[in-house]
Write a protein that binds this ligand. Structure first.
Ligand code: 2BA
Length: 109
């Protein structure tokens, strides 16, 4: 068995859970926060049979879209003077960041 950990944007998470459930995958949704944007995203965990991992990744690919986000960052040039000049940075987030890890044991108690 494998554990698929997918970090997705909040906007895609509801549809992704629906699609996974429709295809009979068990899934748990966790609220999370990205370290760079410091804004909310969603982490989904799904325990799946090894042969089904690609099916899950395909569903994630179809459901999650990349989007542009603008964030305000302190300018490094002003740190030494103690000043703070924020400037805007545009980044592309997602579709999804996906990890697949081995599951040593799976128990439902
Ligand atoms: P955040 O850390 O909030 O990052 C949001 C987006 O900002 C990233 O999108 C990337 O495009 C950009 N970004 C991140 N760090 C950057 C940096 N040092 N300089 C410039 N731009 C930067 P994604 O790569 O699609 O990542 C989306 C979210 O997935 C991340 O949110 C984080 O929560 C998670 N993530 C990404 N890589 C990860 C990793 N190696 N381990 C754990 N979580 C990860």
């Amino acid at each position: 068995m494998k554990l698929v950990i997918a970090i997705v944007q909040d906007e895609d998470s509801g549809r992704l859970v629906d699609e996974l459930m429709k295809n009979e995958f068990g899934v748990t949704k966790l609220a999370s926060t990205g370290g760079f944007l410091k804004s909310g995203n969603t982490t989904l965990i799904a325990g799946v049979e090894k042969e089904k991992v690609d099916d899950v990744i395909e569903i994630i690919k179809k459901t999650c879209k990349p989007r542009k986000r603008v964030t305000t960052t302190p300018s490094p040039a002003t740190w030494s003077t103690g000043g703070y000049t924020p400037y805007s940075v545009e980044v592309e987030v997602g579709g999804a960041t996906v990890f697949v890890v081995d599951v040593e044991k799976f128990n439902k108690i």
